[in-house]
Design a protein around this ligand. Structure first.
Ligand code: 5GP
Length: 113
């Protein structure tokens, strides 16, 4: 797959406000936040979207969820945050490097839009 914007952020070719990093993932602030806290949790491995993940990605996908919980705890929002994964352009995915939105700090409604 071709390099996306997020790959360039991983490679530090374009700047981002990074809040957490380990060997397998990166967490940074969304440039266009929809809530007081809006982070993007991305694997360093390039996977276009959830539907493209393989069985061999199982641990990596689990790791992203655990990081989401850890980051939420660090920010003191562990009791009220939302994780969103847009899969495909029909679901409003715009960057084709798998990512989890972590949104917090405002009231939530259900169902989501
Ligand atoms: P998607 O719509 O693909 O689920 O989410 C992509 C997200 O990436 C959007 O919320 C958008 O605001 C964010 N985004 C797009 N370009 C940049 C950028 O250059 N830097 C950062 N930090 N976020 C970006």
């Amino acid at each position: 797959m071709t390099d996306t914007l997020f790959k360039k952020i991983i490679d530090r070719e374009i700047p981002a406000d990074i809040v957490y990093e380990d060997d397998d993932c990166l967490v940074f602030k969304d440039i266009n936040p929809v809530a007081p806290i809006h982070l993007l949790i991305i694997p360093k491995k390039q996977i276009e979207k959830v539907a493209d993940a393989k069985l061999t990605d199982k641990d990596l996908l689990g790791h992203l969820m655990l990081v989401a919980g850890n980051v939420a705890r660090d920010l003191g929002v562990e009791e009220a945050f939302r994780l969103v994964v847009n899969n495909g352009s029909g679901a409003q995915q715009t960057v084709f490097h798998l990512h989890i939105h972590l949104i917090a700090g405002r009231e939530f409604n259900w169902p989501p839009g």
